[in-house]
Write a protein of this length. Structure first.
Length: 256
């Protein structure tokens, strides 16, 4: 859930996107980063269930506007939600098209979130959390809004096709290499669980994030995020840990 899919590094992306583009750019550009986190928070939820996490991303951009990328992040929530499973990686594959017109930026594409690992039979049976989404992004200077729409069941929730997540983020550069950012996201779960008859919208929530960062060297940034949600704690607690609670997240990112 990266590459502007979450707001963890999103405010830094928006800050750099607001700077003037280079006059000449190569026909192909490969970029990426490695990020060390005190915990991995995606869409307002602690995907690593309070434990440290590592994330790596690699992107390929072309002069025609098409791009593709892959990233991987260490997680812990699947193992704790479904006893006996051994799933410690979220791997995201995505491709799309982007365009810039003055201060405006546009992006659209498809995203596949894959959770490889060992799964054991559960009682009652459950789906794997693998999810496919289409997304669109519009940005103006240091502001951006993004919508992800699930074209499959979302993260193993039955009858949840059509669920969506909207992300509104902003980031500004400050003096002496400091950055500041803010984010608000909304998850809306659709459908009804056919086994229980309960509506999936009970899993809907709004999440918020405040961020500060400091550029230490040319390609190294340290950040601190404060994240919270209004999600129902009874639905988002794993083994006594509130994955949708209030979290401070320390990050160290190196870009290449």
């Amino acid at each position: 859930m990266n590459a502007l899919r979450t707001a963890g590094a999103g405010f830094i992306v928006l800050v750099f996107a607001a700077l003037p583009a280079c006059a000449s750019q190569p026909s192909r550009l490969v970029t990426g980063y490695v990020k060390f986190m005190s915990m991995y928070v995606g869409r307002g939820l602690s995907q690593s269930v309070g434990k440290p996490s590592v994330q790596a991303e690699l992107d390929l951009y072309t002069s025609s506007g098409f791009y593709a990328g892959v990233d991987g992040t260490s997680i812990n929530w699947v193992d704790q939600l479904y006893p006996g499973d051994s799933v410690s990686l979220e791997a995201d594959l995505y491709a799309g098209y982007r365009k810039r017109m003055g201060d405006w930026r546009f992006k659209g594409g498809i995203l596949r979130l894959q959770f490889p690992g060992r799964y054991v039979a559960q009682n009652p049976p459950v789906e794997r959390p693998d999810t496919t989404e289409v997304f669109g992004f519009v940005g103006w200077r240091w502001l951006g809004i993004k919508l992800n729409y699930a074209v499959t069941n979302a993260f193993g929730t039955p009858d949840s096709r059509g669920s969506w997540y909207m992300d509104v983020s902003g980031g500004v550069p400050l003096r002496y290499g400091w950055y500041a950012g803010a984010h608000m996201g909304r998850k809306h779960a659709r459908g009804t669980n056919p086994m229980t008859g309960l509506a999936n919208d009970r899993f809907s929530y709004t999440d918020y994030r405040l961020s500060v960062g400091k550029k230490l060297m040319r390609n190294v940034v340290v950040g601190l995020d404060y994240v919270w949600t209004n999600a129902d704690p009874g639905l988002y607690t794993l083994n006594g840990y509130g994955v949708a609670g209030h979290h401070f997240v320390l990050t160290l990112t190196t870009h290449f």
